[in-house]
Design a protein around this ligand. Structure first.
Ligand code: CMP
Length: 175
């Protein structure tokens, strides 16, 4: 099964088994989130929103993967410093699942620069920097699929149903 667009089974509705095609997206809680003790706070925002954790790990991001992950920035003046910062201490990697998860998480992250990001967003509330900006969030569903595969194996991604699933979505939105 393609882990990018899972088919989740739900039997919450009067014993009826329904299927939905919710999205998955990658969030990296960057070294500054770990250094500043913000991991729980940031994770809590996504969980309270109703996003489901389906993959979670802490990892020292190695240069090879970082170069791949940030390949689109390889000619930028900040590339080397970005690699150095991202590999300075471990990051926490999370895969969240939910309806329109990619767009929802991007909105919650806020603008790249913490100084420009709106208050109420994660970067707007916790960052003063364009580089040291607490989290990375996939930019599109295509990117999410690639990024999840880069950092997680098939077996690392869980399929389960949160018991509050029926309280988070309308019947229509579960599909
Ligand atoms: P992220 O969402 O992980 O995607 C690319 C990263 O590059 C970005 O967050 C920042 O950490 C970093 N970045 C983007 N623009 C700049 C910049 N102008 N100067 C330094 N770092 C940047």
């Amino acid at each position: 099964m393609d882990k990018g667009i899972p088919q989740n089974k739900s039997n919450n509705e009067k014993g009826k088994v329904i299927f939905m095609a919710h999205e998955r997206t990658l969030v990296i809680l960057k070294p500054d989130a770990v250094n500043r003790g913000l991991v729980g706070t940031v994770m809590n925002r996504f969980e309270r929103k109703g996003l489901k954790i389906v993959g979670l790990k802490m990892e020292n991001l190695e240069e090879k993967k970082l170069k791949e992950h940030y390949a689109h920035h390889k000619d930028k003046h900040f590339f080397e410093e970005l690699l150095e910062y991202m590999s300075s201490i471990p990051s926490v990697l999370v895969v969240f699942e939910g309806k329109d998860a990619v767009a929802v998480v991007r909105k919650m992250a806020g603008a790249t620069s913490g100084r420009d990001a709106e208050p109420g967003t994660i970067r707007g509330d916790f960052s003063m920097s364009i580089q040291v900006n607490v989290i990375h969030a996939s930019g599109s569903t295509k990117e999410a699929e690639k990024e999840i595969k880069r950092f997680f194996g098939e077996k690392d991604l869980m399929e389960y149903e949160r018991t509050d699933f029926g309280a988070i979505y309308s019947s229509e939105e579960k599909k």
